[in-house]
Write a protein that binds this ligand. Structure first.
Ligand SMILES: NC(=O)c1ccc[n+]([C@@H]2O[C@H](COP(=O)([O-])OP(=O)(O)OC[C@H]3O[C@@H](n4cnc5c(N)ncnc54)[C@H](O)[C@@H]3O)[C@@H](O)[C@H]2O)c1
Length: 314
């Protein structure tokens, strides 16, 4: 008997879910009564019925039941026209987050990513900007703050490699990697912190790498930039913690993207053979960790580095 009652109850919740979500999504800050008026206006009586018959459900309980993890928030993701950044932007958008993302050029990739995110029902805009450039970053973050009105999450994802042994590494190869991978994190964090400090909340997620933790032959520039990100992440967590801003890093292992597609087939197979889970990770697997760090699921996690590497780094 109780099984039938449970099944009926679950069906009832499913029936209510869509109008509830619609009502609350448009009025996340105005509370239940405005959401109810909106539902009435739309001629949908499911929400009021639910509220009338289940008064024991408190507003927060209803909201947490129907609202997505990043509902009504705004995130900036750098270098998100493809790869891990794109997967993060899409994962956040699926959780109700408005997305401002950057990449070097306003090209087909950027337009396609913007359209894919917008199709998820959130606000989405791609900005052409060089993350390594301080002035460019100040300008674009200012534009985003004006356009979106808030910055709740910053994902510093833009990155490049210029791998070679130290004996062959040029000054340009060193500077390019340090500027795009590390200076960009300083540029964006500094520009976005003003808004986060005003809001007294925010989550910063920086893309480091397992080689930033353990080093790698032929990647001294890249490893140094990724190790620098870890030091920066921990310092910012200590600096901004009292103001409600969290800062964490993700250290992915071998993730299958266009960045790693450059690695020759045999070298890639050798890498994979050395991973305890015997495979490369997917951008989506990194995005799931970014979602945890961006959302309140990690409300007491700050100054940490999370390896997403199939046990490559333990
Ligand atoms: N793929 C991996 O195995 C792996 C492992 C560890 C860490 N990471 C890190 O994750 C991040 C994303 O990697 P990915 O594999 O998706 O790389 P990717 O090359 O596929 O994507 C990087 C994106 O950043 C953009 N970008 C490059 N320079 C930029 C700049 N100056 N300004 C703005 N955008 C710029 C690129 O145009 C590209 O769209 C990087 O920081 C990378 O170092 C990747």
């Amino acid at each position: 008997m109780s099984l039938i009652a449970d099944a009926f109850y679950l069906y009832f919740l499913k029936w209510l879910h869509l109008p509830l979500q619609t009502s609350v999504r448009y009025t996340p800050k105005d509370g239940i009564s405005k959401a109810m008026r909106l539902a009435f206006k739309k001629g949908d009586f499911r929400f009021p019925i639910f509220y009338y018959f289940y008064p024991r459900f408190k507003i927060q309980k209803i909201k947490s039941f129907i609202m997505k993890l990043l509902e009504g928030k705004t995130a900036i993701v750098t270098g998100a026209s493809r790869g891990i950044g794109k997967a993060i932007a899409i994962k956040f958008a699926e959780e109700g987050c408005n997305i401002a993302f950057t990449d070097l050029f306003e090209d087909e990739n950027m337009k396609a990513t913007e359209a894919e995110i917008a199709a998820l029902g959130v606000k989405a805009k791609g900005y052409a900007s060089n993350a390594a450039d301080y002035a460019d970053t100040e300008k674009v973050v200012g534009e985003i703050a004006n356009e979106f009105g808030q910055i709740d999450v910053l994902v510093n994802n833009a990155g490049i490699t210029k791998d070679t042994l130290l004996m062959r590494m040029t000054e340009d190869q060193w500077d390019a990697v340090i500027n795009v991978n590390l200076k960009s994190v300083f540029n964006f964090t500094k520009a976005a912190q003003k808004t986060m400090l005003k809001q007294r909340s925010g989550s910063i997620v920086n893309l480091s790498s397992v080689v930033g933790v353990s080093g790698n032959a032929g990647q001294s520039n890249y490893s140094a930039s990724k190790a620098g990100i870890i030091g920066f992440t921990k310092s910012i967590a200590k600096e901004l913690g009292s103001r409600g801003v969290r800062s964490n890093a993700i250290a992915p292992g071998f993730i299958i993207t266009e960045m790693t597609a450059k690695i020759p087939e045999d070298a890639r197979k050798a890498w994979e053979a050395n991973i305890p889970m015997k495979r490369g990770g997917t951008p989506d697997e990194v995005a799931k960790t970014a979602l945890f760090l961006a959302s309140d699921l990690s409300s007491y996690v700050s100054g940490q580095v999370i390896n997403v590497c199939g046990a490559m780094n333990t």
